[in-house]
Design a protein around this ligand. Structure first.
Ligand code: ZN
Ligand code: ZN
Length: 315
């Protein structure tokens, strides 16, 4: 990825693991909204994108026990020495690199390098197609970690690749849940999961204690805000490319709490997948070989398309 364009290349070296790092052979990598926003320029990035993956550890110098294990990995590689790291905010380390997003080659490649400390072994019961959802599902688990949702009214705006994961996480969190989805297909899918899906126009005004925007659009933001009761909490779960013009005065008048939300905990995500509490199987729409990654991105960018995967081992 360079200058807003994506190209398949055969001339890149295999990443060399730094001390404390492992090299992971990528089995599957998922395309998410952040990758599409990166391509549109939400963050200046040139290099190999991709941060959702499942793979097998090829080598881990000094940590031989990891060799051959099937893993997923947390994407923030922190410095371990700064004030944020010392305070336990490793995902916010100012000196961090982020897999496929900031200063570190990502998962749309035959192999990637990550600190051993970032790796989680995948339970044997999970398929590769399930395990590749660990990272975005962890991001969904970040919401109940930040905001207490138990016994509260929660609205999710958007039922795309992230909204569908978040809806399933919240459905297990003992809250009263409504999900706004534009596409009838998405509402049907929600219904099959036992989750109340409504058209955006049917979202009740001033109803929710907590509203989560999973669309990353000014319209989604406005909708999420409008369904909140005064002093409710608005969670922004998607990356916004560029500037989003929005009317902030209702946020002030209604004393809304606005919370940004990014990476989340891997352990509950792996547990939920292994226990079958979150269904991801029918979210996969297509699997492309690595050489066709640009076509995979085009596919993922079509409206309403859920998860598109890239399989480097198959190319
Ligand atoms: Zn992502
Ligand atoms: Zn740090």
């Amino acid at each position: 990825m360079e200058d807003g364009a994506l190209r398949a290349r055969r001339d890149l070296p295999r990443p060399e693991p730094a001390p404390g790092e492992a090299r992971v052979r990528v089995i599957l990598a998922g395309i998410c909204g952040t990758d599409l926003e990166l391509l549109r320029g939400y963050y200046p990035f040139a290099g190999v994108p991709g941060h959702e993956f499942v793979g097998v550890v090829e080598e881990a110098p000094g940590h031989e026990a990891w060799r051959g294990r099937r893993v997923v990995g947390e994407i923030n590689a922190a410095c371990g020495a700064c004030d944020d790291c010392a305070a336990g905010r490793r995902a916010h380390c100012a000196r961090r690199t982020v897999l496929g997003i900031r200063g570190r080659a990502g998962a749309f490649a035959e192999a990637l390098a990550l600190p051993v400390a970032n790796l989680h072994e995948v339970p044997a019961a999970l398929t590769d197609e399930q395990a590749v959802f660990t990272e975005p599902l962890a991001a969904a688990f970040r919401v109940p970690e930040q905001v207490d949702v138990a016994r509260r009214r929660v609205a999710v705006v958007g039922a795309g690749r992230l909204g569908l994961l978040l809806a399933q996480v919240l459905a297990g969190a003992r809250c009263e849940l409504v999900v706004a989805a534009r596409h009838p297909d998405a509402r049907r899918r929600l219904g099959e999961l036992g989750i109340a899906g409504v058209a955006p126009t049917a979202l009740p005004a001033r109803w929710a204690d907590v509203a989560v925007d999973c669309t990353g659009t000014p319209e989604g933001f406005a909708l999420a805000r409008a369904c909140l009761r005064p002093r409710g909490t608005l969670v922004l779960k998607s990356t916004y490319a560029g500037e989003a013009p929005m009317n902030l005065s209702p946020v002030v008048v209604d004393e809304i709490v606005v919370t940004g939300s990014r990476c989340g905990p891997f352990a509950p995500a792996l547990e939920a997948l292994a226990a079958g509490r979150v269904a991801v199987g029918d979210l996969v729409e297509a699997v492309y070989p690595l050489a066709r990654a640009p076509a995979a991105f085009e596919h993922a960018a079509r409206p309403g398309v859920l998860k598109v995967l890239v399989a480097p081992a198959a190319s």
